[in-house]
Design a protein around this ligand. Structure first.
Ligand code: 13P
Length: 254
């Protein structure tokens, strides 16, 4: 899976043009689940652009209530039926907007309850990495989600994105070995909680056309959540092609 998180970038018009360019850049590449996550204002018009292209549509965030006096928020029923997925727990939500682990859990459950696939992002800060607590941090973030769940979601309904905070937008990509180590740990942690739980686990943080193939060559990395480069359709297409290449090799699922 390769998903492009556009963050707070592009006007509606620019976003429509970008969505068309992404569709063109990835057309003919088979075997990769491709998604774009534009800002909320763009979702409805881009939904029409994506129809029939195979590129799926995601929201960058969502609230956990269905409706009510929650000024500025967007609910799962507003997205359900035409938007494919949501992203919850992105580090910018956690660190800039002060979202807590339990809120991320509620957003996760609310998305699933309305038939939206959900990507949950986890990852440590550089201080946490230096303190040796990377595994403890991602475990805590995931456990907060599991605490909200009554039963394990089916594997296709959720995706985990490992995004070390120190690698996001910094140009300082985790090495393939660093990413593999944490992604493998995450998979083990999920299996320990849910006997056969094996959602896809993506890596995110300064993924580019130049480093994607080496990340995808790692045995446990199932794809990428791309930020900055997802605003450049051709380069994004190169990342998708690298995922297709990795999948057609020894990997059976990217
Ligand atoms: P960059 O690819 O810009 O580092 O952002 C990663 C990210 O936060 C994707 O959600």
């Amino acid at each position: 899976m390769v998903a492009g998180n556009w963050k707070m970038n592009t006007t509606v018009e620019e976003g429509l043009a970008l969505a068309r360019a992404v569709c063109a850049a990835v057309s003919g590449i088979d075997g990769v689940d491709v998604a774009v996550l534009p800002p909320f204002t763009h979702l409805w018009p881009i939904h029409s652009v994506l129809e029939g292209t195979g590129v799926r549509l995601g929201a960058q965030d969502v609230y956990w209530k269905d409706s009510g006096a929650f000024t500025g928020e967007i609910s799962p029923p507003m997205l359900a039926g035409w938007c494919d997925l949501t992203l919850v727990g992105h580090s910018e939500r956690r660190h800039i907007f002060g979202e807590h682990d339990d809120e991320v859990g509620r957003k996760f459950v609310a998305s699933l309850a309305h038939g939206l696939q959900v990507i949950v992002a986890v990852g440590e800060t550089s201080d946490e990495r230096d303190a040796g607590s990377t595994f403890a941090v991602v475990d805590r973030q995931l456990d907060a989600v599991f605490a909200e769940l009554e039963s394990p979601p089916s594997n296709d309904d959720w995706v985990i994105a490992y995004e070390p905070v120190w690698a996001i937008g910094t140009g300082r990509t985790a090495t393939p070995e660093q990413a593999q180590e944490v992604v493998a740990h995450i998979k083990q942690h999920v299996r320990a909680r849910y006997l056969d739980g094996s959602p896809r686990v993506l890596y995110g943080g300064s993924v580019t056309a130049a480093n994607a193939a080496s990340l995808f060559a790692e045995p446990d990395i199932d794809g990428a959540l791309v930020g900055g480069v997802s605003l450049r359709a051709e380069e994004f297409g190169v990342i998708v092609a690298a995922a297709a290449e990795a999948r057609s090799g020894t990997r059976d699922r990217v």
